[in-house]
Design a protein. Sequence first.
Length: 290
Amino acid sequence: MTSAKLDVSAQELRAPSLAPSLAAAVRHGLLLIFAAIILLPFAWMILAAVKDPSDIFSDPFSLDPAKLRAVENFSKALTAAPMGLFMLNSLIVVVGVLSVQLITSVAAAYALAQLKFRGQTLLFGLVLFALCIPVQVPALPMYIALAKLGLLNSYFALMFPWFFSAFAIFLFRQHFRTYPQEIINAARIDGFTEIEIVLRLIVPSALPAIAAFSVFSVTAHWNDLYWPLIVVNVTEKMTAPLGLLNFQSAEGVSYGPLMAAATIITSPLVCVFLLARRYFVEGVTMTGVK
């Protein structure tokens, strides 16, 4: 009797449990549903970009090869407005903003994370307070200042409000705190300056966090319409979203070329995320882990 019970128990232990498999199936099913919801607008945009404008709303998710107008829509999107110039302006703005943000934020985050000085807690509190201030609050004073200095309709006006990033300082500080203090002290004993410690030790170890913030920064400023709409009113300095708004005004209800222009503008962001996705996920998940 005992032997039979042991055999039954052994069989129960060897039998695979359905609960973990069922939980995994449910979890992946929910992820697929959420992914489909997120990707649905992009799918509609791409389909609208290659279809005849008259078929976009009548049958939005059909794709009849005989009615494709991809060449016409994309050609009109590239020729009806200077999309190349708009994207170049956006590239200059995002690269300029990101470069200054990294320089200022890495230095400030290192000081808050690894140095000891009077008022350190107060300064970090001000950084957290800055995270709570919407961009609309300082918009009017900055606009007046730029107007009085004659700097409107310039790349500097487009970039200036974003040179300081409280979010970047917070993100990098949380990551820099995980760096061993013993290694930093050993580097100081070996004669490293603080700048050398940052450039040769801290920054290489923080590449995932830097990549994660870079994706956030590039995406935010590439898609920004609010501030360029305020400080730019000449075509030569329009960014991609503002140029798309100008293109929409010119084209009216021609949704085919409009969606083709939106696809062109969105493509660089997709490429940037695909190239940096591994570092992005690692930087987001590991930041703050002590």
